[in-house]
Design a binder for this molecule. Structure first.
Ligand code: F6P
Length: 308
């Protein structure tokens, strides 16, 4: 996200536009925690994870009174447009705020979950995937030496992109994802398909979700229903949300940040910058928010074929 903050700031200043950084997301807008940003304020941040602006989940901004206060901050500061970087919740807030107060807002998709419709990828996703890959490569040594079945839980509360593409990247047996959790018993399917025919150790990536049962839930089931397996669990947790961003993420965030400012100067509003087949695009907020981005089910098949 820092690469996007840097790109927005510098593109705006390059175009003669003044920039304010809003601290702690919508909470800062409600509380008036807004600081002037110069080019130097975004020096040396492209390589840092997290966001120098900090972030927060603001309950107040979800109320009309809170959004009125946010609008008052904008008027006081002389701000006429906003660039919002975030996931589904941030973009939903942006859409409502833009409707109520006629503010020009452009969104940038930032979430490790990659679950935003209208864009092939989101800022943070590639970095999280690479973190998963490095961690699971290390777990594999124990899995192989001790001949164990490992459930590795990755983030993605509502979406299986990290689990699915992570599984492909690490050569896992399969990914257990929320999208199909109500359709099939993915654990039974895995075991009944004879997944350990040609090997003694196995790694399965599980999306953290009530729908999948999470890695702990699945391991408990294995102990109960398939006691012949020596099962272990690793929950990767918040290591997936930090660390120095990959080149792909820095490039994506830089391009999207620049495009967001250009969009505003062109009079665009209520759109998110998306990327499709490498090309940047404007996606109306309504489309990005209302639609659910589907996982590629064929990829799940690919993971399984490649693990025989
Ligand atoms: O929505 C992004 C996400 O990273 C999810 O994948 C994950 O389940 C959740 O946030 C974790 O949230 P928190 O940091 O509040 O525990």
């Amino acid at each position: 996200m820092n690469a996007a903050v840097r790109a927005v700031t510098r593109t705006a200043i390059y175009n003669g536009i003044e920039v304010r950084g809003i601290m702690h997301g919508y909470r800062g807008l409600v509380e008036g925690n807004v600081v002037s940003f110069q080019t130097g304020d975004v020096s040396n941040i492209i390589q840092q994870g997290g966001t120098v602006l900090k972030t927060a989940r603001s309950k107040e901004f979800m109320t009309i009174e809170g959004r009125d206060k946010a609008w008052a901050t904008m008027c006081r500061e002389g701000m006429d447009s906003l660039v919002v970087i975030g996931g589904d919740g941030s973009l939903t807030g942006a859409r409502i705020f833009a409707e109520e107060h006629n503010v020009a807002i452009v969104g940038i998709p930032g979430t490790i979950d990659n679950d935003i419709f209208g864009t092939d990828t989101t800022i943070g996703y590639d970095t999280a995937l690479n973190t998963i890959m490095e961690a699971v490569d290390k777990i594999r040594d124990t899995a192989t030496s001790h001949e164990r079945l490992f459930f590795v839980e990755v983030m993605g509360r509502n979406a299986g992109f990290l689990a699915l593409n992570g599984a492909l990247a690490v050569g896992a047996e399969t990914a257990i994802v929320p999208e199909i959790a109500t359709e099939v018993d993915q654990l039974a399917e895995l075991i009944n398909n004879g997944f350990r025919k040609s090997k003694n150790s196995s790694i399965v990536l599980v999306a953290e979700s009530e729908l999948t049962g999470g890695a702990m839930g699945l391991a408990a089931r294995v102990k109960d229903e398939y006691p012949e397996y020596d099962v272990r669990v690793t929950i990767l947790g918040h290591i997936q949300r930090g660390g120095s961003p990959t080149a792909a993420d820095r490039i994506l965030a830089s391009r999207m940040g620049e495009a967001a400012v250009v969009a505003l100067t062109e009079g665009q509003r209520n759109v998110m910058i998306g990327v499709r087949n490498g090309e940047l695009d404007y996606v109306p907020f309504t489309q990005a928010i209302r639609n659910t981005k589907p996982i590629d089910r064929d990829l799940l098949n690919t993971v399984r074929i490649l693990s025989i």
